[in-house]
Design a protein around this ligand. Structure first.
Ligand code: NAI
Length: 389
């Protein structure tokens, strides 16, 4: 169980680029990072609007002279101080991730970056090489995958409790873009290929599904996929507001994934069903406390987080204990803690720890971008089956 006790050498001096007052995801980062005293927020270039960013930073408790106008100023200011930041989170629109991450790494600063990590696998590989050369960590905030029931699912699959995995069924949908008003800042950049990259919903929400499936099914690789995508609001084309992806895995399993932001009226968010030869499991972040476990020929079971009947891997990362809600904020806290432990190990030169330590890092970010590249290749070929590259 995680109880806030320190597991790293010292609190990390932490900064943020983006995630300002009007940013959608910034508070999730602060919720994750500031929970256990593992990080201290000491600097930021929080906002494109520098005055608003400074005012916001001061209200968060950051010293005014460490609320910077741009990320370049942040790097210049922080590298000039003895107590400069150890790590910076990048919570800005997609097209800025690559440039900001590279600049931070070149300045010797660890990075925690939003998904989708970059636009291309080639960019991911360049940054992986740079981080390795500098001895720095890149974490990626796939925030849902810290939940203890995700790790329960992974443990059940690893221990053979489902048998051989046959079917993977995943959905992340909402209806917030069912209308054609794309004027809000956060929608405007998401629906423009120059700022979002080659995808809208596939990258925005599909990468969460894909990474969670990698955590639960690390032994399975996609062999080929078919992606059919469409912009129901034509002005969003060539980006999609809806997509379905079929996947064939190397163990013979079949996968089906649906992402959409035009699923009018739907607030279901994410749903996962993993079907094996003996049993199935199903989890949704609408009811994150519960995992449905169905063994063929037996009554359905609903497993609750934090209960002693769960696997040790799940109980080890539980925070609230059974009876009390464990949700997205707790999951983000685990992700931030695991990345802090990776940074701490890297700083101590403990490569053995890093060999087995689980956290979403550069590889997870890269595989998300690789999956997107394959989806786009298939969709652009007229929803054709393509070999996974
Ligand atoms: P947003 O448009 O709501 O907010 C972006 C923030 O970054 C704003 O505060 C803006 O002023 C600031 N900003 C933009 N460019 C900047 C720059 N060059 N320097 C400093 N600040 C800058 O965007 P949102 O929805 O918060 O998304 C940001 C990133 O987070 C995206 O990559 C998105 O895909 C990802 N995201 C991830 C989620 C997750 O669950 N992991 C959830 C939502 C978004």
């Amino acid at each position: 169980m995680i109880n806030g006790e320190r597991t790293t050498s010292r609190p990390l001096r932490w900064g943020m680029v983006g995630g300002g007052r009007t940013g959608q995801v910034g508070y999730k980062h602060r919720t994750g990072a500031l929970r256990d005293g593992t990080y201290q927020l000491v600097a930021g270039a929080f906002d494109l609007d520098a005055d608003r960013g400074r005012d916001f930073g001061v209200n968060l408790g950051v010293a005014e002279d460490r609320c910077y106008t741009t990320y370049q100023d942040l790097i210049a200011g922080e590298t000039g101080r003895e107590d400069g930041v150890d790590v910076v989170s990048v919570a800005t629109p997609n097209f800025t991730h690559f440039e900001i991450t590279k600049a931070l790494l070149n300045a010797g600063i660890h990075v925690i970056c939003e998904k989708p990590l970059f636009f291309t696998v080639a960019e991911c590989e360049e940054v992986a090489a740079l981080a390795a050369e500098k001895g720095l960590i890149v974490g990626v905030t796939y925030g849902f995958t810290g939940h203890p029931l995700v790790h329960q699912m992974a443990a059940m699959v690893a221990k053979g409790m489902l048998g051989d995995i046959r079917i993977v069924d995943m959905q992340y949908t909402h209806g917030f873009n069912a209308g054609d008003d794309d004027s809000a800042d956060a929608v405007k950049w998401r629906t423009n290929p120059a700022t979002a990259g080659a995808t809208f919903v596939l990258g925005d929400i599909g990468t969460h599904l894909y990474y969670l499936s990698e955590v639960v099914l690390p032994h399975m690789q996609i062999e080929k996929l078919l992606c059919d995508r469409k912009a129901f609001i034509p002005s969003r084309a060539p980006l999609e507001d809806h997509a379905t992806v079929l996947m064939h895995y190397d163990n013979g399993a079949r996968g089906r994934l649906w992402v959409s932001s035009v699923n009018a009226g739907n607030m279901g968010s994410q749903r996962y069903r993993f079907v094996g030869s003996k049993a199935s499991i199903e989890w949704s972040d609408s009811h994150p406390d519960q995992l449905i476990y169905q063994v063929q020929g037996e009554p359905e079971r609903i497993m609750h987080h934090g209960m002693p009947y769960l696997e040790a891997e799940s109980l080890a990362v539980d925070r609230m204990g059974a009876l009390h809600t464990e949700g997205l904020g707790d999951s983000w806290s685990n992700i931030y803690l695991w990345i802090a432990q990776a940074i701490d190990a890297k700083t101590r030169g403990d490569e053995d720890f890093l060999k087995t330590h689980h956290y979403p890092g550069i590889k997870a970010g890269t595989e998300g971008v690789r999956w997107l590249e394959n989806c786009v290749r298939s969709a652009d070929a007229g929803a054709a089956w393509v070999a996974y590259e």
